[in-house]
Design a binder for this molecule. Sequence first.
Ligand code: ZN
Length: 258
Amino acid sequence: MEFVDTHAHLTDEAYNEDLIETLERAKSVGVTKIITMGDTVENSAASLRLAEEYSGIFAAVGVHPETAAEWDKNSAEKLYELAKSEKVVGIGEIGLDYYWEKDEEKKELQRKIFIEQLRLAKELNLPVCVHDRDAHGDTLKILKTEGKGVLGVCHCFSGSYEMAAELFKMDFYIGVDGPLTFKNAAKLPEILAKSPKDRVLLETDSPYLSPAPMRGKRNEPANIPHIAAKLAEIWNASVEEVAEITTGNAKRLYQKTA
Ligand SMILES: [Zn+2]
C-alpha cells in the first residue's frame, strides 16, 4: 500500500526535534511521498530546501492568504525562480481566508495576490493548492475567471456539494483530512459519497487537524491511514482500494511526484 500526503507543513517548528522519526513513521505505514506547503516566500524556500534533502518530500511554493501583507513587487519573481526546481510540484498554498480576515481592504489584497499566483501557475504549467475558508463564492469566481485553465485542489474542502460539483466540472480535486473523522463532520461524508473517486486527494495538513483518535495532539503524515479508513467506510471500499485510487489521483495532479 502506498499513500501520498498531499498537504503538510513539515517546516513547522513542531518537527524541529524529530523530523527524521516523523518521516520514518510515515514510511512505516506506507506514506512514501509528502508534499510540504509554502506559506511565505521565505518559507517556500525552506520547503524547497527540505524537499531537496529528502527524496520522499516534494514542495509547493506560494504565499498564504493569512500572510498576504508580506507580498511585494519581487515576490512573484522569487517564487518563479524557486518553482523551476524539479522538486517543486505546485503553487501553494494560496487562496482566500475570510474567517480570519474581516477587513475589506485586506480581503482585496488577498484576492490580488491569489490572482497573481494563479497567473504564475499558468505560466509555469503547475497545479495549485487552494486554501478557501469562508470565501467559497469569491474562490470559485476567481478560479473560473483568472484561474481558467489552471488545475488544482481545494484543500481541506469545506464547501457544499454544489461547489464540489462546480470544481469537478473544472477538473479540480477536493482534499480531505482529519475533520472527515470528526463526529461533527457535517455534510462532508455525504459529499464524498457522491463525489467521483478520481477527484479526491488525501492530506493531513500536519501539524494541524489531527484525525479523531489523535484529536488535539500534533498531527503528522503517519496519520493518513486514519483518514483513508474513514473514506473506505464511506465508499464501501477497502483501505487498499482507497490507497490505490487516491495515490493515482495525487500523481495525476502533481505530476512531478510520479
Ligand atoms: Zn495548510
